[in-house]
Design a binder for this molecule. Structure first.
Ligand code: ADP
Ligand code: MG
Ligand code: MG
Length: 869
């Protein structure tokens, strides 16, 4: 196996083995861009390293030094030399980008000998010794695990003794003294001498980059982003170029377009006379990339030409890292840039219009899960005007967030667990803060630019972020932060606007957004090519309207039980439940009828002639009754009943396994009058809307939890008779359908029998999953995380359809149903209907529609289009 590639040997197609960074460095080299020379140790070598018990084998070591010789040849420099020393960076880089999660070491190859060479070549001994000092500190931190602070205190003590206030005042002799002290510290901490042999440095650095694949923040990052843990990281050994050689040198990061808005303009930052990560670390505040044109016009010109070329070559927006050494520009990294959902859409549509990509490619470029963030509310303008701005920072990641202030990642995680909305406020974030960033509503930082850690990570997560807010002084030890005009304590509300960078005191109301512009364009392209219809789950007027706005083509699941929970109605519902005779029950049901009818009228009026599938009552009856004695007492009083009497009814209704209990069609078999009332309400509503507004309503009445054809036949007869009677009374013709959910495995297996009577099927994949796996949805939270960790299954089966198990039942039921009734309409409701991978599966099986919550409708439209490409 080939474990080593010179940059000249690779290409972007080899990402899997060279890692993203290595593959793209190779690609840039291939198309003739200015990239410092180097070579890549493959990710496969990293896997082997772990397989061999965390050891680099002799053969690879030999290879690494052969390649190093070649590099010396190409650069004309010599590793560890005191005249013309070669310094390298040792850079991690996995196949899937994990920004900042693993380690990189710069300036490797410095020692007592080569520092002389650097000093003479640059004619700047201070720079040389300062680099050496930094290298020892960085290497010790990353490779030897010695805390940075211990080095800082050495530095501080020398500064204090010499009466110096800043680092640059240190003399060369001071620096040499510090270097000696650093080495002593290393010896004390590790019992070994600081490795001055550059060959040894190199191997140790490579090992530690391999090790960084499994550091805890990298593992957390992979878990959150569902990246496999067994891919390993490649290691790039690359000749150093120096951005810190004076004012014609510098370093920067840039995007070929604006990653927040998508605007087709360079976007990024640079620092003159700086090295490596100074820009990202947020230590000095960088300048905007456009200003480079004024400072170093020729460099800017090169930058602009090459960046455009890169974008054309990759046919996508690039995220670039570059360094300028004494007026010469080098590209050190390029990758497909992360972007907000909004930017993703604007860029995709723009690139189609620029002729760079096709419509299909544009559709594939958008992550369906990501667009949901566009649909979520922004701050209400009126509420915003009333609010006090207490600070302003950079609009680092769009959105609007309101929550209580917390200053550590742990506190945010705990607040979220308590059910609070939290905002993480920090001086700056680091990869250790990742969990707090996930749990919070938004992130506010005092330092750092648009490409700081907080900004980059927040944009990737679609989380609102205001960064570099210089007005904010965080006093973590006092649990508060101050601005020019306010003090905010931990636990108090603030609101942050990721579109403007404004920070407000207090909680601010938010408002809905509309679908228009490029978003609308892209969705219409998606609609043109998708096969699946997209319906919504809605059981009231408001949700129906929202869903229509988002492009729903009908209701796939209207749950009727939610309609019962309103204060006035629950009383009648409870009366109905505690009734001991049919007569009593019918009286209570009569009270409910007008309520139910009105609900359906308002829904039909919104949905007009679009199909509406209404599911008859599903949950077990005890869900509508109180369980605490205190509440039972009150209810008994209200109902005019004896407490003991009511209590025994409540006890009787209590079930060991409510999910498998007396619910769904089973309720109707025992109490047919409940469904009878509901069917009346549906038909009366349909008739009323048809008469009044002329819409040709065709209700679809759906029976839940059917497992036997006989069950369904009995209930179907009841529904038919009830519905026809209403139509006759109202003197009206109307087509309506009676169908069933397929959510009991037995129903799936006997779908051919059931299809003889059922006019449509809808897969209730929540229950079907529970029953097929034998996992109670309400209890599985206890073990599913462990199951995921042990890779018993890849993803939570309640989030993504378990294709091998549940999916088979769906296929069986689909085929059996179609055989008996070729025109049968088959869809899916339940959470999976809005999940892209499950949608792809539904498309493959050939379902007619998926149904999901209103906010997922655009997600589903897009995912359904992607499924066809
Ligand atoms: P990360 O994956 O964390 O971004 P990188 O390997 O890209 O780490 O290194 C971080 C930064 O270090 C780069 O953006 C670049 O500025 C600097 N750097 C890395 N290698 C070199 C090099 N050979 N010459 C100059 N600077 C380098
Ligand atoms: Mg980088
Ligand atoms: Mg169900």
């Amino acid at each position: 196996k080939k474990y080593l590639y010179a940059f000249e040997e690779g290409s972007k197609e080899l990402k899997k083995i060279l890692g993203g960074k290595g593959a793209n460095l190779a690609e840039m080299k291939k198309i003739g861009l200015p990239v410092p020379n180097g070579y890549t140790i493959t990710a496969e070598a990293c896997i082997k390293y772990y397989d061999d018990g965390e050891k680099i084998d002799e053969k690879l070591i030999k290879g690494i030094f052969e390649r190093l010789k070649e590099l010396e040849g190409k650069t004309g420099k010599i590793f560890g030399d005191n005249k013309n020393p070669l310094l390298v960076s040792v850079r991690s880089g996995a196949a899937i980008s994990m920004p900042g999660m693993m380690d990189t070491i710069l300036n490797l190859g410095l020692n007592d000998n080569s520092v002389i060479g650097v000093s003479e070549l640059t004619n700047n001994p201070r720079f040389a010794y300062d680099s050496y000092r930094r290298f020892i500190q960085m290497f010790s931190d990353v490779v030897l695990n010695i805390s940075k602070h211990k080095f800082d205190s050495i530095l501080d003590s020398v500064k204090e003794r010499e009466n110096l206030s800043s680092d640059p005042e240190l003399s060369v002799d001071n620096l040499k003294e510090i270097i000696e002290k650093y080495k002593k510290l290393v010896k004390k901490e590790t019992k070994i001498d600081f490795p001055v042999d550059p060959n040894k440095q190199l191997i140790m650095a490579i090992e530690s980059v391999f090790e960084s694949w499994n550091n805890s923040r990298a593992i957390i990052y992979r878990n959150i982003n569902e990246i496999p843990h067994d891919m390993g990281t490649a290691v790039n050994i690359q000749e150093m170029v120096f951005g810190n050689m004076g004012d014609t040198s510098g370093t920067g990061v840039a995007f070929t377009r604006n990653p927040a808005t998508g605007e087709n303009k360079f976007f990024g930052e640079f620092l003159l006379n700086a090295q490596g990560e100074d820009v990202v670390a947020g230590i000095r505040t960088p300048k905007e990339i456009n200003e480079l044109e004024n400072v170093l016009p020729e460099v800017y010109n090169d930058f602009s030409t090459i960046s455009r070329k890169l974008e054309k070559h990759y046919r996508d927006m690039q995220d670039i890292e570059f360094t300028i050494e004494r007026g010469k520009l080098y590209f050190l990294q390029t990758r497909t840039a992360k972007r907000t959902a909004n930017a993703a859409i604007n860029i995709a549509v723009d690139m189609v219009e620029e002729g760079m990509i096709t419509k299909e490619e544009a559709i594939l470029r958008i992550n369906p899960d990501q667009i949901e963030q566009l649909l979520h509310p922004t701050f209400d303008d009126a509420a915003l005007k009333e609010s006090q701005i207490i600070a302003k920072g950079l609009p680092a990641s769009p959105g609007a967030a309101t929550g209580k202030v917390y200053f550590t990642s742990e506190d945010v995680v705990e607040a979220k667990a308590r059910g609070e909305k939290a905002i993480l406020v920090r001086v700056e974030t680091s990869p250790e803060d990742i969990e707090g960033m996930v749990s919070g509503e938004g992130i506010l930082t005092a330092r750092g630019g648009m490409t700081s850690h907080a900004a980059v990570v927040a944009r990737g997560m679609g989380k609102c972020c205001v960064a570099g807010c210089g007005d904010v002084r965080v006093e973590t030890y006092n649990s508060l932060f101050k601005t020019a005009n306010a003090v905010v304590n931990e636990g108090e509300y603030i609101s942050i606007d990721g579109n403007t960078g404004n920070v407000y005191k207090g909680e601010i109301k938010t408002k809905e957004v509309a679908m228009s512009g490029n978003f609308g364009t892209l969705m219409s392209w998606a609609d043109d090519i998708r096969r699946l219809n997209i319906r919504t789950n809605a059981d009231n007027e408001r949700d129906s309207k929202t869903a229509i706005k988002f492009g729903a083509e009908g209701i796939g699941l209207c749950r009727t039980e939610h309609m019962f929970f309103n204060e006035e109605r629950i009383f009648a519902v409870r009366q109905m439940i505690v009734s001991t005779t049919i007569e009593q029950r019918k009286i209570a049901l009569k009270k409910l009828l007008p309520y139910q009818k009105d609900d359906f009228v308002s829904i039909f009026n919104v949905m007009k002639e679009l199909p509406v599938t209404i599911r008859l009552l599903d949950p077990p009856l005890h869900e509508f009754l109180p369980s605490e004695d205190e509440d039972i007492k009150n209810l008994a009083l209200e109902l005019g009943m004896e407490f003991n009497n009511l209590k025994s009814i409540v006890n009787e209704l209590r079930e060991f396994n409510p999910m498998l209990g007396h619910r769904g069609v089973r309720l109707a078999v025992t109490y047919p009058e409940i469904y009878e009332m509901q069917v009346k309400a549906i038909m009366l509503a349909a008739v009323e809307v048809k008469k009044k507004n002329g819409y040709d309503i065709k209700p679809e009445i759906m029976v839940p939890l059917v497992g036997f054809n006989k069950e369904f036949t009995i209930i179907k007869k009841l529904i038919r008779e009830t519905a026809d009677e209403i139509l006759k009374e109202e003197n009206m013709e109307m087509t309506y359908k009676i169908g069933t959910m397929i959510e009991v495995p037995r129903a799936a297996l006997t779908a051919d029998e059931i299809a003889k009577e059922a006019e449509f099927f809808s897969f209730g994949t929540n229950d079907l999953t529970q029953m097929t796996l034998g996992f109670s949805r309400d209890d599985s939270g206890k073990f599913i995380p462990e199951y995921k960790k042990k890779e018993i299954f890849e993803s939570d089966p309640f989030e993504t359809i378990d294709q091998d198990g549940v999916g088979q039942l769906i296929k069986i039921a689909f085929e059996k149903g179609k055989k008996v009734r070729p025109d049968i309409k088959i869809g899916i409701c339940g959470e999976h209907g809005g999940e892209p991978k499950s949608i792809e599966f539904c498309d493959k099986v050939g379902l007619k529609y998926v149904s999901c919550s209103p906010y997922r409708v655009p997600v589903a439209r897009l995912a359904a289009a992607q499924a066809t490409i």
